[in-house]
Ligand binder design. Structure first.
Ligand code: NAD
Length: 491
C-alpha cells in the first residue's frame, strides 16, 4: 500500500492504485490521477481516470449483466444486498475512515453516514422482495368483459448513476441499492474527489456474490464518463445527484431516457414565537454546520419572528463558537476543511459581498490557520446577496428577522430552489398553513429542514430536482410497468 494511508483490505488498490471495476474485475486504466485528502493534503491513492473507451467497456459489461440480473429471483437479489449489509456492518469503522479521509468529513459524521448506508441497503434488500404490479378490473369499461388484466414491473436494464462528493457512500447506496433490488445493472460514476468509498462498496458487493458486471464503477471526469452515460442508448435511465447546473444540462441532453435529478438548495427554516430558542439554536447549528454545510439540505436561511430573534441569534452564536474545527479524524471535531480550496475562496467571496452590502458577521467569517472556514453566522444580509440566493455549500447561515410567519413563508418561497423547508411553531394552524404554502418537496414541522431518514420520499421542486429518492420510490422508478391482458374467450 505504498503512498496510501489508512486503507487496508482494499483489494483493487495494489500499489496505492485504485483500478476500475468492470465486469467484476479490477481493470487497470490507461490513466491515473492522484487523490489528495482535502484537509491534510496527503496523497491517498492514484485513482483510475477513465476515458470514453473504458466507459464503453463498462456499459457493455452492464448490458451483458442486465440479462443475468433480470432473471435473478427476488430472494437472491435480496440475499446479495443482505450480505452487503452484514459485510458493511462488520467493516463500518474502515468505511467511516475512508469517507473521513477522502471527503474531509468529521469522523463522527462519517460514522453516521455509514450507519445510514447500512439502513439504505437494508431497505433495498427488503424492497427487492416487495416489487409487484396490480390487477386491473378490466370489466370497468365496456369491452373489458372476459378479459383478465394485470401489470408486472420489469427492470429497466442498464442504469447510469452519477453521484456527488458530499455523501460518497450513502448517495451511492440510494442509487445502487434500488437499482439492484429491481434487477438492473449499473454503471456508477462517482465524484472525482470521493471515488474510494464507492469502490469499497463495489468490493463488498463482489464478495457478496453480485453477478459480475451488475455493478461497474468508472471513476473519472464527469464531462467524459458522465457525458458518455448520458449519450449512450444502452443506458436506459440516468439517476443523478449533484449541482443544478450539471443536472439540468444532463436532462436537456438525455432524450427519452428516464432521468431523476436530486439537486441543490438554499434550505430555510421559519421560527415562530413561543418556542425554546436555545433548543432550536442547537438544532440549527446541527443543520447549518454538519459536514461544513456541504449537505444539499443544509440550513442556510433562518427567518425568525421578533419575539425569538435575539435569543435565537445569541444561542446560535454560542453554538458556533463551541464547535471544534480541524482534523476530520479527531472525534471531537465538528467542522473540517471544505472539499477544495476554491470552495473556501468562493464562500469567503460571498461573505465579503454580503458584508459589503451591510451584513454583520456575528460568528466566524474567517479561515483558521489550518484552512478551515469557521462556522459563520451572518445577520442583516440583503435578500439579493449570493449567500442568500445561491447554494452556499459552506458552514454559513443567514438569520433574518421577520414581522410574521406569513412574511417568512413568502421569503422562503422567493428562491429558485425548493428541496425541504422547516418550521418551528406551537400553533397547529400556523404549521398547517406553512405545510400548504411552502413550495418544497418536503416540509419538516418542529425540526430543521436538514432532517432525513432513508426510506422517506426525498426530492425537490423548482431547480432542486425531478423525481423522488427514498428506497421504495427509487426502486419503483427503476422498473418499467408492463400490462398483460388475457382474453378468456375461445380461440
Ligand atoms: P457536481 O454537479 O459538480 O458533480 C456531481 C457529479 O456529476 C460528479 O460525479 C461529477 O463528476 C459529475 N459531472 C460533472 N459534470 C458532468 C457532466 N457534464 N455530465 C455528467 N456528469 C457530470 O456536484 P458536487 O459538487 O459533487 O456535489 C454538490 C452538489 O450536489 C450540490 O449542489 C448539492 O446540493 C447536490 N446534492 C444534492 C443532493 C440531493 O439529494 N438533492 C444530495 C447531495 C448533494
Amino acid at each position: 500500500m505504498t503512498g496510501t494511508t489508512g486503507m487496508t483490505g482494499t483489494a483493487g488498490m495494489a500499489g496505492g492504485k485504485r483500478h476500475l471495476l468492470i465486469g467484476g474485475e479490477d481493470i487497470p486504466a490507461r490513466r491515473y490521477v492522484p487523490l489528495y485528502a482535502p484537509y491534510s493534503g496527503e496523497r491517498l491513492a492514484d485513482v483510475a481516470w477513465a476515458d470514453e473507451a473504458e466507459t464503453d467497456l463498462a456499459i457493455r459489461s452492464a448490458t451483458r449483466a442486465a440479462a443475468v440480473m433480470r432473471r435473478l429471483p427476488a430472494h437472491q437479489r435480496a440475499d446479495i444486498l443482505g450480505r452487503l449489509v452484514a459485510a458493511l456492518a462488520e467493516r463500518r469503522e474502515e468505511a467511516a475512515r475512508l469517507i473521513a479521509l477522502e471527503a474531509a468529513k468529521p469522523i463522527a459524521a462519517a460514522r453516521a453516514e455509514v450507519e445510514r448506508t447500512i439502513q439504505t441497503y437494508r431497505f433495498a434488500a427488503e424492497e427487492a422482495r416487495r416489487i409487484c404490479g396490480e390487477t386491473v378490473p378490466m370489466d370497468a369499461a365496456p369491452g373489458g368483459e372476459g378479459r383478465i388484466g394485470y401489470t408486472v414491473r420489469e427492470p429497466l436494464g442498464v442504469i447510469g448513476a452519477i453521484t456527488p462528493f458530499n455523501f460518497p457512500m450513502n448517495l451511492v447506496a440510494h442509487k445502487v441499492g434500488p437499482a439492484l433490488a429491481a434487477g438492473n445493472a449499473v454503471v456508477l460514476k462517482p465524484a472525482e474527489q470521493t471515488p474510494l468509498s464507492a469502490y469499497f462498496i463495489g468490493e463488498l458487493l463482489r464478495e457478496a456474490g453480485l453477478p459480475p458486471g451488475a455493478l461497474n464503477i468508472v471513476s473519472g471526469d464527469g464531462r467524459v464518463v458522465g457525458e458518455r452515460l448520458v449519450q449512450d442508448a444502452r443506458v436506459k435511465m440516468l439517476t443523478f445527484t449533484g449541482s443544478p447546473a450539471v443536472g439540468i444540462g444532463i436532462r436537456s441532453r438525455a432524450g427519452l431516457k428516464r432521468v431523476t435529478l436530486e439537486l441543490g438548495s438554499n434550505a430555510a427554516l421559519i421560527v415562530d414565537g413561543g418556542v425554546d430558542a436555545d433548543a432550536v439554536a442547537a438544532r440549527c447549528a446541527v443543520g447549518a454546520f454538519s459536514y461544513q454545510g456541504q449537505v444539499c439540505i443544509s440550513l442556510q436561511r433562518i427567518y425568525a419572528v421578533e419575539a425569538v430573534y435575539d435569543a435565537l441569534v445569541n444561542g446560535l452564536v454560542r453554538e458556533a463558537a463551541a464547535i471544534k474545527t480541524g482534523d476530520p479524524l479527531d472525534p471531537e471535531v465538528g467542522v473540517s476543511a471544505l472539499i477544495s480550496r476554491s470552495a473556501t475562496e468562493r464562500a469567503l467571496a460571498w461573505i465579503a459581498e454580503a458584508v459589503g452590502e451591510g451584513a454583520v458577521v456575528a460568528a466566524g467569517g474567517i479561515v483558521s490557520a489550518d484552512g478551515v472556514l469557521l462556522p459563520t453566522v451572518l445577520l442583516n444580509v440583503p435578500e439579493s446577496a449570493s449567500i442568500c440566493r445561491k447554494e452556499a455549500f459552506a458552514p454559513v447561515v443567514v438569520v433574518c428577522q421577520v414581522r410574521s410567519v406569513d412574511e417568512a413563508i413568502g421569503r422562503v418561497n422567493d428562491s429558485e430552489y425548493g428541496l425541504q423547508a422547516g418550521i418551528y411553531t406551537r400553533d397547529i394552524g400556523t404549521a398547517l398553513r406553512a405545510v400548504e404554502e411552502l413550495q418544497v418537496g418536503g416540509v419538516i414541522v418542529n425540526d430543521i429542514p436538514t432532517y432525513r431518514v432513508d426510506h422517506m420520499p426525498y426530492g425537490g421542486v423548482k431547480n432542486s430536482g425531478l423525481g423522488r429518492e427514498g428506497v421504495k420510490y427509487a426502486t419503483e422508478d427503476m422498473t418499467e410497468q408492463k400490462l398483460v391482458v388475457f382474453n378468456r374467450g375461445t380461440l
